[in-house]
Design a binder for this molecule. Structure first.
Ligand code: AGP
Length: 613
């Protein structure tokens, strides 16, 4: 997704904006640009490709005595990733510039209208229409002109505007695309699409809500509601991430660092929410009484991608432990089917970013149909957390790698907490079971911490034989099936190998036709309640010379009769297997992609937060 950075204050603006854009690179982009005001003139630089290309053309500007400006990294939606289409975009005079995230859905008609009024365009983008529209509305009051212009546009947008006629002010507007202000005593005022861009300068932030306009100056800010037209007081939040947390800390890639941060992410997510002795769970952020929980007919779990895999695991847990029927939906499908939802249905969205457009649209629809909304999210103050009735935060810290790892594991931890919470409120979980399952959840972080280095070593031994494969199958049954899907997604999204995840039992219904001596298949076969059935599926694969990698339980010597490529994991409670078995799947994807020289942290075509539908 695109990234916006803005600044006005005592610092030189160019280094501040560039550093901010660097910290938003993980969002995925294909061109970049910067604009600043110097001696009353707007100086704009743009380039195709990575930030390095932009830095190469602006080196003299680093020392520019300029103190107000904007920057943007663009993920192409309308128009190819070219310099001409890179932001910022200007009006006809060149004295007004705009940066924009999102999609202006009615830009075609607006563009024709403006052309008829004599405006000339230099790009194919929807964003440039906005610059000319503001110009058309502008006389001497920029804020009024921006309000008038955005009233004409349909779609999602986060906007930054700078006009040479108002040299000490930035104007920003947020509607369905995140924008956050960075606040400081004496360092000026910052604007960004996401928190990491602000962390080197401040951890005091203000999250804009939809249809809010912010006026930023070196001395502070003011926020207007575009709905009520009034000034609104906003809560200043303190982010407990430091800039270092968003750095690589010596790892080759953010993704590897975040895989190794998973034990801490689990501990941070569960601590303070579960009594280590009794296993009793306390989730004050979930405002549901025992009575309300007993009256829940069904739970919908709604998410995308890796978060959807977490939802699939949670379905098994909630139905088995809390005894509540669960439906799991991919958000982009959920919102288009005929939903039978009312106030006896609880809808839970799962999202790392809290900004995924499809998931947001899903919960808005569920809310409209009468459902209470809980969200499980990793980003404080993100849109989903402000629209839900309650939020269970995963405390994974900033996840910079586009491929989700520690956020996924933290989602599983949060979902298991939620499962225990529901079961304890409903009375389906005895005191003994609470103690047992609470302990297994707390202990899994220690198990992973201990095993991670050894699993990485074991995975690295396999890489020579598998890194240049063209295809890969992942299979699992029961609680391992969602992890097979997750392993396949991890591998395909960072190594570009075509990988598919299947329920083990599904193989004979078609996919088995793919199996021959060249097809690698990773099978998850913990000694759980479906172990025997899983082994039968593995035998079917072996009978067709499939290249087996088995992930199984320490001491299961039978596996050695089936393949030499085995990763053994310690025995843990069956419910915790999905958490533990994710680790080798993540590391296999990482090591193969790294060996193939792929851009592991920013895979091609992908964005960290998909804020467009
Ligand atoms: C995860 O590895 C993927 N990058 C992607 O599937 C992601 O999980 C999905 O886009 C949902 O994002 P969210 O959790 O921020 O809503």
């Amino acid at each position: 997704m695109c990234g916006i950075v803005g600044y006005c204050g005592p610092r030189r603006v160019v280094p501040v904006v560039l550093e901010g854009l660097r910290r938003l690179e993980y969002r995925g982009y294909d061109s970049a640009g910067i604009v600043y005001l110097e001696d009353g003139r707007l100086i704009k630089h743009r380039s195709k490709g990575k930030l390095a290309n932009l830095e190469a053309i602006i080196d003299s500007a680093l020392a520019a005595p300029a103190h107000i400006g904007l920057g943007h990294t663009r993920w192409a939606t309308h128009g190819a990733p070219t310099t001409e289409n890179a932001h910022p975009h200007s009006d006809c005079t060149g004295d007004l510039v705009v940066v924009h995230n999102g999609i202006i859905e009615n830009y075609h008609s607006l563009r024709e209208e403006l052309k008829d009024k004599g405006h000339t365009f230099s790009s194919e983008t929807d964003t440039e229409v906005l610059a000319h529209l503001i110009e058309e509305c502008l006389s001497d009051d920029l804020v009024s002109a921006v309000k008038e212009a955005v009233a004409r546009i349909d779609g999602s947008y986060a906007i930054g505007v700078l006009w040479a006629g108002l040299p000490d002010t930035l104007v920003a507007v947020r509607n369905q695309s995140p924008l956050v202000l960075g606040i400081s005593e004496d360092q000026g005022t910052f604007l960004a699409s996401d928190i990491p861009a602000l962390l080197p300068y401040t951890n005091k932030v203000v999250f804009l809500d939809d249809m809010e306009l912010a006026i930023l100056t070196a001395d502070g800010y003011e926020v207007h509601s575009l709905i009520s037209g009034t000034v609104v007081e906003k809560k200043v939040q303190t982010i407990n991430w430091n800039a270092g947390m968003a750095e690589k800390a010596g790892f080759k890639h953010f993704m590897l660092k975040e895989i190794f941060e998973q034990p801490q992410a689990i501990t941070n997510t569960v601590s303070g929410r579960i009594n280590p002795e009794s296993g009793m769970v306390d989730l004050p952020e979930v405002d549901l009484s025992s009575e309300e929980i007993k009256n829940i007919d069904r739970i919908f779990l709604v998410a995308c991608g890796t978060s959807w895999h977490a939802a699939l695991v949670a379905k098994y847990w909630i139905e088995k432990i809390a005894g509540i029927p669960v439906e799991v939906d991919i958000a982009s499908e959920f919102r288009y089917r005929h939903l039978l939802i009312d106030d006896r249905v609880l809808t839970v969205s799962i999202s790392q970013s809290g900004e995924t457009a499809d998931t947001l649209a899903g919960i808005r629809l569920a809310k409209k149909l009468g459902s209470k909304i809980i969200t499980i999210c990793n980003v404080v103050g993100s849109t989903m957390t402000r629209e839900a009735d309650g939020t269970i935060y995963t405390h994974a810290g900033p996840e910079i790698g586009v491929a989700s790892t520690k956020a996924f594991i933290s989602q599983l931890a949060a979902l298991f907490l939620f499962t225990l919470f529901l079961g304890q409120k409903k009375g389906t979980v005895s005191a003994e079971k609470s103690r047992e399952m609470g302990k297994s959840l707390i202990d899994i972080a220690t198990v992973i911490e201990r095993e991670l280095p050894r699993i990485q070593t074991d995975i690295r031994k396999l890489i020579d034989s598998f890194y240049d494969c063209r295809d890969f199958l992942f299979v699992g049954r029961g609680l391992s099936f969602p992890i097979a899907l997750e392993g396949a997604l991890k591998l395909k999204e960072i190594s570009y190998i075509h990988a598919e995840g299947y329920a083990s039992g599904e193989l004979k219904h078609g996919p088995i036709a793919l199996i021959d001596k060249d097809m690698p298949i990773l099978a998850l076969v913990p000694q759980d309640d479906v172990y025997q059935k899983s082994l039968s599926n593995v035998e079917e694969i072996k009978a067709r010379q499939g290249r087996l990698i088995l992930i199984g339980t320490e001491g299961d010597s039978h596996l050695q009769k089936l393949t030499e490529d085995i990763i053994y994991l310690p025995r843990v409670a069956d419910e915790m297997n999905p958490v533990l078995y994710t680790i080798p799947a993540q590391l296999l994807a990482y090591e193969i992609a790294s060996r193939r020289g792929c851009d592991v942290d920013q895979p091609r075509n992908l964005a960290k937060s998909v804020t467009v539908e």
